[in-house]
Design a protein around this ligand. Sequence first.
Ligand code: PMP
Length: 450
Amino acid sequence: MLDRERLRRLTEREAAALDDRTPTSAAMFRRAGAVLAGGVASSFQAREPWPVYLARGEGERVWDVDANEFFDFHNGFSSMLQGHAHPAIGAAISGRYGQGTHFAAPTEDGLEVAEELARRFGLPRWRYTNSGTESAMGALRIARAVTGRHDVVKILGTYHGHYDVLMAGLGGSYQQGIPPATLERVHAVEFNDAHSLESRLGELERAGRAPACLILEAAMTHVGLALPLEGYLESVREITRRHGVLLIFDEVKTGLSIAAGGAVERFGVLPDMVTLAKALGGGLPVGAIGMSAEVAQAAEEKAVLHFGTFNGNPLGMAAARANLLEVLTPGAYRALFARNERLVRGCDAVIAEHDLPAHTVGLGSKGCVLQGTDAVFDYASHQRSQDPGLSRLTWLWFMNRGLYVTPGRGQEWNLSVAHTDASVERYLEAFAELAGELTVSPRLSGSARA
Ligand code: PMP
């Protein structure tokens, strides 16, 4: 059992230490309050009492505006799979800049990127967008147009972007501002439960509301990490095909980062569409929608429109091309995944040594330490395992030890190809030190250090 009083005192100490180390962030946040709604550019950036403002990044490191140095385990919610300021991507961007950055007309880089995505994901036709949200919006529009159906099925607890339809089923403030009529069109089922999917599809058909598509992450990334159980994705593929429901894999987080060809490659199940963003643009806002030949043909026959001034933007395409062809090479993936394995095994060892009620899950370049010993395989099991107080302390603890981790999340990480054994070791040391404080030491010892 966790000593709650000790947790409280440690959290207080670590929060005060982080506040002391980030006065310039505090000042910037005060300034931001006058001009940015809620003081931030995106609600995901908000944090009490203020966000930590970053000034620069290089390779596996970032520096905040107070010159605190961190190893980056956040990596822009996994967008920076290349590491920061990668020279190959920098060269591609500056080369492109000198030749013009935007025409709203196609360029050759966009062709090369699509050819490479088709090779990696086994889906032959592509369109570009500027974010994961736009990719999901586009995929849903296409799915609804080609099936002539309006309803959508998703997985309970999964975030696919700030698009009305897809914010449904997340509850609370996620649903503010969404018309009830939109929410009624979306039906959420639990992950890893093919039976409930099948029966929900049957119910919807009987009610005359057969859905256009099922959108899901083949491995759920918003619950730490929930891996698909043996046979689940195959069943989903078979059931959706039998019911005429298009299957969309949201690979905004898994695509490129858990295998060169994302979940499609890793789990060997081919959906009708995939959505990509995050790691695709090498740090620029680039998204993509991949389609089967059948979906693309039906969309063409029905003249489904998909617009976007910046779709296929030349600067983004130059970055994406260099990213896919020069940075995310087979050798880079091998080293990256081996390093992630080392981190996963190291966390397992810390857990075992301190007999913590926790377990580790890793996948490609990602991983997390989940609270509790029970497996997390869907939203309900994730909710049962949550300990927000411990998550908050863990975040503060890592931040105070030079490890930049995602605020407001559990203990999760996204590695980049720039990560080294040194940062992995630092992470493990910090975790072991925290585990020691929580389980053994009868009194608070040591103070937060950079
Ligand atoms: N899908 C998933 C799985 C995501 O995690 C996110 C963002 N966290 C999105 C879609 C939306 O992407 P964006 O923020 O680029 O719109």
